[in-house]
Design a protein around this ligand. Structure first.
Ligand code: PHE
Length: 495
């Protein structure tokens, strides 16, 4: 293959996109979001969010990415030469996600090893917060380096480098074709087993018990839209970059629908597993499911080890499988977070894929070491909130304006429809991407901003400002550095 940045087949593209979408958000975020936002009733805003935002927006991001067959800033620059800055903003923000995602991957790697002997001991909560992370919310924690965490994270970076520095199809394409199906198979085994546990039905009844009264509550609609943005990796320039790597015959509309379906299938399946296990735990401990349910690191690194402690020998199989599933889900997602910035740097500075990936992995690994300190856990929470609630939603709004309005979404309709074997786009699609989406996401964005300002601690506000400064300055540097590639101003229009 001549082009080092091209998928070998449509299957590689779809599986890599599913790999990016299916990540920690599906396993540790979604079950809790579903439960705490009306249970069964949540499906109404959830499905509306997929149909109104997830699928239409992905089609737009894919369509424009496919059209330009170039990196995000190069395309944005071609659309409007004054907007290059906006083009670098998203790839840099996504690379910042990569840096903290690598810490979670490292923690999970440690748990994968511990799970063979239930090495977290009798008190998983104390083990995670104190023994492993030495967690403190004082700045001084930044001076306390944690070598075990650092080593686990570096192992992750070596794996990422090993896969990413190869040509696209030989690395990411091939790996996605193996790891994504493997992840689905492991998840089927885990969930199948969980459903047979005594008490599973208690957990599931609790999960799905619909609270219809919540449907009138604006918050559950925000939660549904927030979940879809995060889970489908919308507005992150990832879908854009992946689509620009496709060959000429892709049916992007059908691909989008397959990816959204696979992602929802996976997260709803994960919810069955999580709540069966919590039901079992509730039966064993006598505590109500409502008292056990949690999300994020609390679910994966505390609630699950607690369950494995009471599960007997089964836990010695289920534990490693579970942490492996989380590792694979995290790995296939983190691999996607380096692609937008890498491709952008290759395009602007004329570097090879291999060299760019090597530089980015070293920069990422070194920067990620701030998370291998006693303040790392708190810091991760602050940066995550900033990126997800503020930076990325802003990205969706920017993409809607630049792509739907300035580039003009109308240009894509005939071309996308001519390749589509399923749904055809009509006026409804234009109305969604030009009006409904930017207005709705702006409302959610302002809500998130107010939330951070009102409810954030002083530490959170400080680190939000530091993260924003790093993001804005790095973006500025990439924009101002002179291009070394004569092709930088020559993005092609395929449509
Ligand atoms: N979509 C991923 C998930 O559900 C998260 C992710 C965010 C992946 C950003 C890549 C980039 O966990």
């Amino acid at each position: 293959m001549e082009d080092k940045n091209e998928w070998g087949s449509n299957l590689s593209f779809i599986l890599a996109m599913i790999g990016s979408a299916v990540g920690l958000g599906n396993i540790w975020r979604y079950p809790y979001v579903l439960y705490s936002n009306g249970g069964g009733a949540f499906y109404i805003p959830y499905i509306v969010a997929i149909l109104l935002m997830g699928i239409p927006f992905l089609i737009l991001e894919y369509g424009v990415g496919y059209n330009f067959k170039s990196s995000f800033p190069k395309a944005v620059r071609k659309i409007n030469s004054k907007c290059e800055y906006l083009g670098w903003f998203l790839p840099v923000a996504v690379f910042m996600i990569m840096i903290y995602y690598s810490a979670i991957l490292g923690w999970d790697g440690i748990y994968m090893i511990l799970s063979f002997t239930k090495g977290w001991g009798a008190d998983p909560n104390a083990f995670f917060a104190t023994t492993l992370l030495h967690s403190t919310d004082s700045y001084m924690g930044l001076l306390q380096f944690l070598p075990v965490i650092a080593i686990a994270m570096l192992v992750g970076w070596v794996i990422i480098w090993f896969i990413s520095h190869r040509d696209l199809e030989k690395g990411l394409g091939k790996v996605s074709k193996v790891l994504v199906p493997l992840l689905f198979v492991i998840m089927i085994v885990i969930v199948g087993f969980s459903l047979t546990l005594p008490g599973a039905s208690i957990g599931l009844a609790e999960l799905f018990n619909p609270d219809w009264s919540l449907l009138g509550n604006f918050n559950i609609w925000m939660a549904a839209f927030g979940q879809i943005v995060f889970s489908l990796s919308l507005g992150m320039s990832i879908a854009f970059t992946y689509a620009s790597y496709t060959k000429d015959d892709a049916d992007l509309i059908t691909n989008t629908i397959s990816i959204a379906l696979a992602n929802s299938l996976f997260e709803n399946f994960a919810a069955l597993g999580v709540f069966s296990i919590l039901g079992y735990m509730s039966l064993q401990s006598g505590n109500a499911v409502a008292d056990l349910v949690t999300q994020g690191t609390g679910l994966v690194f505390v609630a699950y080890p607690t369950v494995f402690n009471v599960l007997g020998n089964w836990a010695l199989v289920l534990g490693p499988l579970f942490f492996l599933a989380v590792y694979l889900a995290g790995l296939t997602s983190i691999l996607s977070t380096i692609e937008p910035l890498s491709f952008s740097i290759q395009n602007k500075f004329g570097l090879t894929r291999s060299k760019t990936m090597s530089i980015l992995c070293v920069v990422g690994a070194v920067s990620s070491m701030v998370y291998a300190t006693a303040f790392g856990g708190s810091l991760l929470g602050f940066v995550d909130t900033f990126i997800n609630q503020i930076a990325l939603l802003f990205g969706v709004i920017v993409e809607c304006i630049v792509f739907a309005w300035i580039f003009k979404a109308e240009r894509l309709v005939d071309f996308l429809n001519s390749r589509s074997k399923t749904i055809k786009l009509g006026k409804w699609w234009i109305i969604i991407v030009k009006y409904i989406l930017p207005i709705f996401v702006s409302i959610v964005w302002i809500g998130g901003l107010i939330d951070v300002i009102n409810s954030g601690t002083i530490h959170q506000l400080n680190f939000t400002i530091v993260s924003a400064a790093i993001l804005l300055i790095a973006t500025l540097i990439f924009t101002l550095l002179p291009s070394k590639n004569p092709d930088w101003d020559k993005a092609e229009d395929r449509v």
